[in-house]
Design a protein around this ligand. Sequence first.
Ligand SMILES: Cc1cc2nc3c(=O)[nH]c(=O)nc-3n(C[C@H](O)[C@H](O)[C@H](O)COP(=O)(O)O)c2cc1C
Length: 198
Amino acid sequence: MGKKVIGLLGSPLTEGNTAKLLERALQGARDAGCETETIAVASMSFEACMEMMFCREHETCIMDDEMQPMYGKFKDMDSLILATPVMTMGIPGKLKSFMDRFQVFFNAKYVRQQPFITKEQKKLRRGLFICISGMKIPDVFAGAKKTAEAFFDIIDCRYWDELLINDMDTIRDVSAHPGLLDAAYKKGFALGELLKKS
Ligand SMILES: Cc1cc2nc3c(=O)[nH]c(=O)nc-3n(C[C@H](O)[C@H](O)[C@H](O)COP(=O)(O)O)c2cc1C
């Protein structure tokens, strides 16, 4: 069985530029022998964290919604490709809410000091961050990147590599720029190759 790579899509558009780049990266991972699964946050039904603190003492969240199966998937996976557009100099709100619900992992790791991810898994697990912005301005990725770094840390995926593409409002359709899609493919393939060797 190939190594498992999850592609987490933060864009509300499941066929937009972020989605196209993510799919190319996942194709690269598949071509390197991995199994992939795409999770489109926009298609999911769940609520934002309500700070009920159940997960301080329990290994899951008390809120019974579509986040529940995510905890198992994110424990089992071997790596994550997180793809998102910049929104309001950060990430889309629904993706942020998805990440906040991983307080379940935060409490296990930092409060109870019983992380879900074993040392062996941690050595393997890598995070690839794909992020695009409409504008070409200084520090346009800074907020999104900080959040991605924090999320990768909480779920014990080493921040391994990134593909940051600005000026998308000028570029418009990434399909007309094979070089950009190819860059995503190569990073996905490199990730898959690394996982295969590990
Ligand atoms: C609500 C909203 C907020 C945005 N905020 C920013 C921003 O702060 N900075 C920026 O450079 N682009 C911003 N954008 C532009 C998107 O990052 C850009 O259009 C991106 O290509 C969208 O990718 P997608 O079509 O795959 O979702 C914003 C777009 C939306 C819809």
